[in-house]
Structures are given as C-alpha cells and as structure tokens.
Design a protein around this ligand. Structure first.
Ligand SMILES: C[S@@+](CC[C@H](N)C(=O)[O-])C[C@H]1O[C@@H](n2cnc3c(N)ncnc32)[C@H](O)[C@@H]1O
Length: 276
C-alpha cells in the first residue's frame, strides 16, 4: 500500500490534532482520565490511529504500561510521534528525582517504576533553547531505565492496521485503544472494513484483554464524507451505526462503562472464540 500523507485528511490524518483538540496545561488527555487507573499497568498496549503520539506517549510515560505501540496510516504523523517521544522525555524529571528507587544492580530493577515519573518537570522553553535531551540506552547501571520503562517502552509504526499486520501483533495486546478512528475506518472501508477492524482487534487481544473504543457519532460522518467520493459512497451504503456497534453482534459481551462519552470495554473470554 502506498504511503498516506495527503493534504486532504481522508483518514482523519489531521496534523496538530492533539495540539488544538486535547491539549491541556499538563498535556493530559481528557479521555484517558475516564479510564480505570490500573488498566494499563504492566500491559502491552496498541493505540490504533495514534496520530502524533500524544495518547500513546501518555500511556507509556504515566500509566505504567510495559509496552506501547502506536500505529498510524500516515507516515508524517508517525515521524511526529517519534518526535513527541523525545519531547516528553525532554520535559520529564530526572528519574531519581521522581521518587523511583535507584537499584543497586540490574537484578533488583522492577519492570515498571512504582510511581510514574514527573512528566512536566522541565518547561518547553528548555527544549526550545537547548534542544531535546539525549535518551540513555536501556539497562545501563547509570540510569534507572529499562526496556519496559519510558521512553524505551514505546514505539511507532506506519501501517493501515485494518489491512496490514505489524510485527508487534504477534505478541498480542492486553489493551487496544481506538480513539476517534472508527469513523475513518468505516468511511474508507465501509461496513466490511469496519468489521475487519473489529475482527483484527478480537484476534490480537489476549484472553481477558480490553478494547477501548471511542466511536465518533453518526452525525459527524456528514461533514467527513464530503472529503472524497469513496467516503460519500460508503456513508450512503453502510448499515452499521455507531450507536449500535454493541448490538451488531461484533462483540458478544460489551460492557458500556463510560456512557457519557461512549467508551466501551470488552473482556475477551478466549482468543479462539469466533467473531460473528
Ligand atoms: C481523528 S485522528 C485521532 C487521533 C487519536 N487517536 C486521538 O483520538 O487522539 C484519526 C487517526 O487515525 C489514523 N488512521 C485512520 N485510519 C487508520 C488505519 N486504517 N490504520 C491506522 N491509522 C489510521 C489517522 O491517520 C489519524 O491520525
């Protein structure tokens, strides 16, 4: 598949999306704040449609995830996501100042710090004036930093995740996050594309895993479909409706748990269970 980096954001591949939509003084995403605190602890996480990596970065840095993979269809956004990782690292307090105990040896090192690092310790002006901070190698004795701690616990890939798998899929995920991306998958691929997406989520979640979906409402399709004739056509022919995703039998058991906002959680009973 050819790289997507169009001036017309037919996949919702907006640039500076997080800057204008979800940026708060502390840089926290308001949607993540709705999730149970322990959801990501020690988890392998996939962020589908990661855009410039703000959500993935916050999960990797502040939510105790063991591994976070952000995937986006737009290669320019993926490059920005890698830069975001460096920016987050440059703002973060030195690990010893964050209260993490400095181990005496590698053997004593816990996979995840007991408390998250202070994310906004250095002001943005520091990075502007002096450039980004270098990232030390993982598992050196000089730094309390391992492959499972930020910033080594996060990576990004360019892929159309509905139609292409990535190497990390093989290990499965404990949590898959899909924020504001289902509309774009639906409009580009129709009902078949959206079904394929849900099937891929099902297939790559480990048993007991959690799918967190923020589905955009149907009303928001009206403006988006004008971007391209294919989107227009798929909007006209599609039968699936965001408000009925739960009832389309795509998922046998979906627990609505943040209704005001439409986030759904689904424990997966068995990886081999068929998807309707
Ligand atoms: C509206 S943005 C949402 C960004 C982010 N998930 C959030 O809510 O903060 C949608 C993102 O999904 C990406 N995207 C759309 N279709 C995709 C696909 N099939 N595979 C991977 N990424 C996709 C777009 O490039 C865009 O960055």
């Amino acid at each position: 598949m050819t790289a997507v980096s169009s001036k017309i954001p037919t996949h919702g591949n907006y640039h500076n999306y997080h800057g204008y939509r979800y940026h708060h003084p502390g840089g926290h995403d308001s949607r993540l704040a709705l999730l149970p605190r322990g959801l990501f602890t020690n988890a392998r996480v996939l962020d589908v449609g990661c855009n410039e990596g703000w959500v993935s970065g916050e999960i990797a840095q502040s939510w105790g995830a063991r591994r976070v993979v952000g995937v986006d269809i737009d290669d320019t956004l993926v490059r920005m996501a890698w830069r975001r990782r460096r920016t987050l690292w440059s703002h973060q307090a030195p690990l010893s100042s964050a209260g993490t105990s400095r181990p005496n040896s590698k053997r004593e090192r816990a996979p995840v710090p007991a408390s998250p690092p202070v994310a906004d310790y250095f002001p943005a002006s520091c990075q502007h004036m002096f450039g980004p901070l270098p990232i030390p190698a993982a598992d050196t004795l000089d730094f309390d930093i391992s492959e499972n701690t930020f910033p080594h616990n996060i990576s990004f890939r360019r892929a159309d995740w509905v139609n292409e798998s990535i190497p990390e899929d093989d290990g499965g995920y404990n949590v898959i996050v899909a924020f504001s991306v289902s509309k774009w998958i639906h409009l580009n691929g129709g009902d078949a594309g959206l079904s394929r997406f849900f099937e891929r989520v099902y297939a790559t979640l480990v048993s007991g895993g959690t799918f967190v979906l923020e589905a955009q409402p149907r009303e928001s399709y009206i403006k988006a479909r004008k971007l391209h004739p294919t989107l227009q056509e798929n909007a006209q022919t599609s039968q699936m409706r965001p408000e009925n995703f739960e009832a389309t039998a795509m998922f046998h058991w979906v627990q609505a748990w943040a209704e005001a906002w439409g986030a759904w959680r689904r424990p997966i009973p068995s990886p081999s269970r068929p998807v309707c």
